[in-house]
Design a protein around this ligand. Structure first.
Ligand code: FMN
Length: 151
């Protein structure tokens, strides 16, 4: 199975999570393309085949998308493509000392669902305020659902 890993980062933490997931997918015999500045052109296909997206999105500002994924999310919101083929899993990265904890990940989930994507796993929130092993938690989450969709 091939995954598109879409990274929303401003200061780089989320890149480490994405790298860890990329490694894990490869170790499990899957393949992945890491998009650190995702563009619609790279991840949309015209075929009827499912397209698997792993979105790792940090919240910045007051609940805003992290820099590297802003234009991608804007394109989704304005162009409203049909994401019927998209099967997605989302990691929302944030810090629970903010009122708008993980809002960008939640907003991304709401938007892609509105555009007919399907979630293949419950969205994982990573709280950088007190998470000791973000990469370990992300990989553990991946392991919980990957075998079910690979069958
Ligand atoms: C200026 C600033 C604003 C932030 N705003 C939020 C926020 O509104 N909600 C949240 O959950 N986390 C917020 N965070 C925490 C970031 O999501 C957290 O530091 C994360 O690890 C950043 O990921 P990145 O290094 O991949 O950009 C903020 C961090 C900074 C520096």
């Amino acid at each position: 199975m091939h995954f598109h890993i879409l990274v929303g980062t401003t200061s780089g933490n989320t890149e480490y999570l994405a790298d860890a997931l990329n490694e894990r997918l490869t170790a499990l015999g899957h393949s992945a393309t890491l998009h650190d500045q995702p563009t619609p052109k790279e991840v949309f296909t015209n075929s009827d085949e499912p397209s698997y997206w792993l979105m790792c999105i940090a919240t910045h500002g007051a609940g805003e998308y992290a820099e590297s994924i802003v234009s991608f999310m804007e394109a989704l919101a304005t162009e409203k493509p049909d994401l019927q083929q998209v099967q997605a899993a989302i990691i929302a990265v944030g810090d629970s000392s903010y009122d708008t904890f993980c809002k960008a990940g939640d907003d991304a989930e709401a938007l892609i669902l509105e555009l007919n994507a399907r979630l293949i796993a419950p969205t994982l929130q990573i709280d950088m305020f007190n998470e000791l092993d973000p990469e370990g938690s992300a990989v553990q989450w991946l392991d919980q659902w990957i075998s079910q969709i690979s069958e």
